[in-house]
Design a protein around this ligand. Structure first.
Ligand SMILES: [Zn+2]
Length: 417
């Protein structure tokens, strides 16, 4: 008897939230997880997907992305990237401000096949341009933030503020103080971006609360969380111990092997692995979420913890752990199939440092609400994006995962090379 819409058979299911880590079949009905069991009969489902030799995990949640495509400097389109990378939920980190959030809901969230939430920028401008959104303090309009946040509460996951020299200008810590104020009022966390001081990292951490997110936590820039000898700073340890969430946000300039290896040497792994996916970072060496996961895996982070950092943990950070981030029956049927390949692979950080590894995670199928996504090609780059010499070299040398860089860009570079 046909009881299920979809059945995924024979895969290695890893669901850190429930502790499931075994070969099992996953059945879906009406967009929800219906059952996880051994040997569910194939004729009980209208569609069957064979997942032998693959990992079956909850749909991956990318906590730091920029998907306000077509209206901001950084934004990429979510669906094509989701279809190739296993991401089923994108959290957009501050692309929309109060003036542009309604457009984000109408033109991006509503038409998308994937789930999208917003960290609303404390600047009413959002990230329409490259930098400078916090330089005029009047743009950090708390009253306007609250009005808009109350209108669109269902899509807002938190507040975003970029604390670094190039964005705050002479305003120092004031944008963060205001972000904390509205976060308190709304009962949501603040995601704080760090890069180049001023302000200093201890000053920034001093204003953060448990549940807030420090993104770019493995940066190699001068707000890094380790000292010159690679030891975790006291201020960072206090914040981490108190419950501040450490999030990778790889991006174009925020993943350093020097920092990552110092922390790995001390057995310290990030709470959340995210991409900081945007028009600069998709052409490498970030490329996509499975590539980021592979980097941590090859540094020694246990596979189950890697999966936890993109499923259970970000779901908890968002307060959505009863809906997504797990394959427990009743949860939304967001499911990712991954292949864990063994071989010799080369990875790069944002400073051109390369490391060899023996394992690579690749996404093979993205399922949202029980519906497998067709694979969609990458978009061409917008006119204002120029690839860096490192990106050109990595693409020419064949390090870009299949499909992650637009076919136009790949062809142009290969012709030139
Ligand atoms: Zn970002």
């Amino acid at each position: 008897m046909v009881k299920f819409d979809l059945l995924i058979t024979g895969g290695h299911v890893i669901d850190p939230a429930t502790g499931v880590d075994k070969h099992a079949d996953v059945a879906v009905r009406a967009g929800r997880i219906a059952s996880i069991d051994e040997n569910i009969p194939a004729d009980s489902a209208s569609t069957v997907i064979d997942a032998h030799d693959q990992l079956v995990t909850p749909g991956l949640i990318d906590l730091h992305t920029h998907v306000y495509w077509g209206a901001t400097f950084w934004g990429v389109r979510a669906d094509p990237i989701a279809s190739r990378s296993g991401v089923t939920t994108f959290v957009d980190a501050g692309s929309a401000g109060a003036y542009t959030l309604s457009g984000f809901r109408e033109f991006i969230i509503k038409p998308a096949d994937v789930r999208i939430y917003a960290l609303l920028n404390i600047s009413v401008l959002g990230l329409v341009a490259h930098v400078h959104e916090l330089e005029q303090i009047d743009h950090c309009d708390t009253a306007m933030f609250l009005k808009v946040a109350h209108l669109y509460r269902e899509i807002i996951a938190g507040v975003k503020v970029r604390m670094e020299r190039r964005t705050v200008g002479t305003n120092g810590l004031e944008p963060l103080r205001r972000a904390r104020l509205v976060a308190e009022e709304c009962g949501i966390p603040v995601m704080v971006h760090i890069a180049e001081s001023p302000p200093s990292l201890p000053e920034v951490l001093g204003l953060m609360k448990p549940g807030d997110i420090l993104t770019h936590c493995f940066t190699g820039q001068n707000m890094k969380i380790v000292d010159e000898k690679g030891k975790l700073l006291d201020a960072a340890k206090r914040a981490w111990d108190s419950g501040v969430v450490m999030d990778i946000g790889h991006g174009r300039g925020s993943f350093s092997y020097e920092t990552a290896e110092a922390l790995a040497g001390a057995g310290l792994w990030p709470d959340v692995i995210s991409t900081d996916l945007h028009q600069f970072s998709i052409s490498g060496p970030m490329f996509d979420l499975p590539t980021c996961l592979s980097k941590l895996l090859n540094l020694g982070m246990p596979l189950r913890q890697v999966i936890r950092s993109v499923t259970q943990r970000p779901a908890e950070v968002l307060g959505l752990q009863h809906e997504i981030g797990s394959l427990a029956p009743g949860r939304r049927a967001d499911i990712t199939l991954l292949r864990l390949e063994e071989g010799r692979f080369t990875f790069h950080d944002n400073f051109g440092i390369r490391r060899e590894g023996r394992q690579m995670l690749r996404s093979t199928l993205t399922i949202v609400d029980g519906r497998p996504m067709p694979t969609l090609a990458a978009d061409p780059l917008p006119p204002w994006i120029e690839l860096t010499p490192l990106q050109v070299r990595l693409i020419q040398e064949g390090y870009a995962p299949k499909f992650s860089v637009s076919p136009d860009v790949q062809r142009a570079l290969i012709d030139r090379g």
